[in-house]
Design a protein. Sequence first.
Length: 225
Amino acid sequence: MGEEQRRFVEFWYWASVFANRYSTATNEVIITDSQALTQIAHGERIVARGYFRRLRSLIAEPSDLYSFTRRASLTYRGVLNLLAYAASGLHDWSSTRRIGLATSDLDDHHIYPRAFIASRPELDIDNDEMEFDEPTRLSGRDRLPDMLADGRVQLGDRVYAVGHPDKVATIASSNEVTYEGRRLAINAWGQQVTGWASINIYANVYLERTSKPLGTLRAQPDQPE
């Protein structure tokens, strides 16, 4: 493997992680990527049309990271992998020594800020086990859970992806919709409907009753966007 090939493989790995390419429709993705990587191995150009558009990251802004809280999430794991990669291995915050799998037992939920945990995000652990002070509001623009909390968006509201007003889903939770009898993560539904590798729900998902993107509701009424 030459240096250019190595750099491409590194780019392909991280781009695939943050575009969630292996979260759904895995067989098709494997075939497409295998063909692309074979061409790279032979020193050829990738000929698949629109291939690099499929590698666009789902993380459009730093606050988007707050959407990925489940350990099974490819992006959740990818963030931890990227931190370890950039630091040449994870380090113990108290001793600064590198953590080894054979000698250390690190629970990733121990390293998140107290204010974030206290804000009661949707995690794969029981929030009742946490006893902290009154939640502290995180900085950044409002997200879908905030809109649901104050009624700007309501459970059962109908939404559609840009360009597909006939493929309507209903808001089922702070990060899920119901579509054709199935419950899906709102990002996964948006990708399925549009065929895109990634989607910004605040720009490209519309609330049917307002005919406007969710992003128009991100600021409080007395706070301009």
